[in-house]
Structure formats: structure tokens, C-alpha cells
Design a protein around this ligand. Structure first.
Ligand code: RIB
Ligand code: CA
Length: 308
């Protein structure tokens, strides 16, 4: 039985890898895609959802929601994902691309799937924190929320203290992680260990699926950039977070309460909340079998066995 998932995304290249992998995996069914500002502007993130689905030649499309921008004007991530957020590749602009308000998409998915629904949040948590404020009982019906974000015991990728998604909207991250909801955080500590290089791109091209070919073209841009001291390696943070849902046995998790700094030079920093009584409702992924995850990812995207 496929797990229904709603993906909340700021639609950069690693988001596109995650969404494509979700479509190529029988273990999940994408029932909603909601945009949020982050890697790129809200308009661009929303348009990129349509461009990716058109490029994947996917039909029928899941419900698509236009989410929120962040109040601040902090750095986006064009230096990683390219001017358009998807590596600058040519993608069709869908003719009749319609979006709904994100609240409608969330409400419909939660009313229809309830506790079997998993929300995968792979951008800043602006939509989720606003939903918490506007309809606190709604998210309580969801089975689980998996969040790519934070750098708990490792240095950040935007400041030495903070990872991009939490840095972009620290107040939202703090609100969501202290909400008492069943949240699994997949931090940079772990996602930085899963990186694609040219050898994996060659596999994607050989696989000859529309998704593999499209991602191979898209990943070319980040592979050329110097990201976190690496050239020729592209960390697929968001696809790793999806892997926690698809292949949980490849990960270890620890039940840990977390707090997020919401202001000052350490804004977005995510650390264990010590001294809180009771069993935490949040868990943190602390390890990943990276080689196995990459092998699974390539086999699903290329639809062929590699290790025989
Ligand atoms: O820090 C990595 C995260 O920030 C990823 O989700 C990437 O897409 C950006 O949103
Ligand atoms: Ca993202």
C-alpha cells in the first residue's frame, strides 16, 4: 500500500531529485505539491513545480498549492541551483498550469488521508508554521511530518550555526519543532553524506527514463559549483529526507527534543533541548547508509538493477 505524501518544497535541484524519485517509487503516492519561497522566489518555486511535472511527462498531476514567501529578504540559493532554480535547463512551460491556495491543498489531503498522510517538508517551514497558527487542530490529524532541515552536531551551510531551510525562517522552524507534532528531522549532519557525482549522472543518462535524463541535465549546474568546499559533488539533501520514508532501515534515529534560535547571529541554529521532561515527539536522524541509499535511488530513477 503506497504511503500518501504531501511535499512542501522550495523547488531547487535537490527538491526536483526528491519529487522525481517520489514519482518513480511505488512505495509512496504524491497527493499534493505545495510551493514555498526559499532556494528561489515563491513565484519561481511555484512555476518550477509545473515545469518539472511537464518535463517528467507526468499525468495525472497531484493537487498543486501556492504557499507563502518569508517576511525577510535573506539569501536565496541561486549559486547552488542556478538562476531559475532547476539548473537553467530548458523545460516546457505547462499550458494550463493551475494552482490552488496551499491551505486548500493541505486541508483536502488531510481530510482525505488523515493519519496515513505523511508531510515531507523540504524547504523553509513557513507554510507549516502558518497552518499551525491558522488551524492548529488540522496538522494534529497527520500521521507524520518529515523535515529536511537543521544542522544539529555539524556546522551550518549558510552560517557556521545554521542550515538554509531553518535559517531562512527560524521562527517557523522553532514553532513547528515545538508544536508537539510527530516530526522526524533529517539534518545536514546526515544529508551531506549523500552526494551525486558524474558517475551517478552517467547512470542516470544510461537509464533512459524521462526523469533520469532530465535530472542528469539539471544536476550539471550544481556539479560545476564549489558548494561547501566540494566541486563535482552535489548533496541531495531532500531526496535523502524522502529516503527516510521509502527505506527507513537505511537510517538510525534518536528521540530528541529540539530548539531553534530565532534571532541574533545564531538564528536558525538547531540544538537538542535539554532538561525537557517527557518523551520527545520529535526524532532526529543520526546516521544513513549512503551507498545503499544512492543505489536504491539510481535503480528507481533508471528503473534498472545496477548491482547484479
Ligand atoms: O540546506 C539544504 C536545504 O536547503 C535543501 O532543502 C535545499 O533544497 C534548500 O532548500
Ligand atoms: Ca529544498
Amino acid at each position: 500500500m503506497a504511503i500518501p505524501i504531501l511535499i512542501d518544497t522550495d523547488m531547487g535541484v535537490d527538491d526536483a531529485v526528491a519529487v522525481t524519485l517520489a514519482f518513480y517509487s511505488d512505495g509512496v503516492e504524491v497527493v499534493g505539491l505545495v510551493s514555498v519561497e526559499g532556494n528561489v522566489s515563491l513565484d519561481q518555486a511555484t512555476a518550477n513545480i509545473g515545469r518539472l511535472l511537464a518535463g517528467l511527462q507526468r499525468t495525472p498531476w497531484p493537487a498543486i498549492g501556492r504557499g507563502l514567501a518569508q517576511p525577510g529578504q535573506g539569501p536565496r540559493a541561486h549559486h547552488v541551483h542556478g538562476p531559475d532554480g532547476l539548473g537553467g535547463i530548458a523545460l516546457p512551460t505547462p499550458a494550463d498550469f493551475k494552482t490552488q491556495d496551499y491551505l486548500t491543498v493541505y486541508r483536502q489531503a488531510i481530510e482525505q488521508y488523515g493519519s496515513s498522510l505523511v508531510i515531507l517538508a523540504i524547504g523553509p517551514l513557513t507554510n507549516l508554521s502558518t497552518l499551525l497558527k491558522q488551524d492548529p487542530k488540522l496538522l494534529a490529524k497527520v500521521g507524520r511530518i518529515v523535515v529536511m532541515g537543521g544542522a544539529v552536531w555539524y556546522k551550518g551551510n549558510v552560517t557556521p550555526h545554521a542550515e538554509f531551510n531553518f535559517h531562512r525562517d527560524p521562527a517557523a522552524a522553532a514553532a513547528v519543532l515545538s508544536s508537539g507534532l510527530p516530526i522526524t528531522v533529517v539534518p545536514l549532519d546526515v544529508t551531506r553524506q549523500v552526494a551525486i557525482d558524474e558517475s551517478h549522472v552517467a547512470h542516470l543518462r544510461r537509464g533512459r527514463t524521462p526523469g533520469g535524463a532530465l535530472l542528469a541535465d539539471m544536476i550539471h549546474f550544481p556539479l560545476e559549483q564549489k558548494i561547501d568546499e566540494h566541486v563535482g559533488k552535489f548533496m541531495i539533501h531532500d531526496a535523502t529526507a524522502l529516503g527516510v520514508i521509502l527505506w527507513p532501515k537505511l537510517f538510525m534515529r534518536a528521540a530528541v527534543a529540539l530548539e531553534v534560535a530565532t534571532s541574533g547571529p545564531k538564528a536558525g541554529q538547531c540544538k537538542p533541548l535539554v532538561g525537557k521532561t517527557g518523551k520527545p515527539t520529535t526524532s532526529v536522524v543520526i546516521s544513513v547508509q549512503a551507498a545503499d541509499l544512492l543505489e536504491n535511488l539510481l535503480e528507481h530513477l533508471c528503473r534498472e538493477e545496477f548491482v547484479v
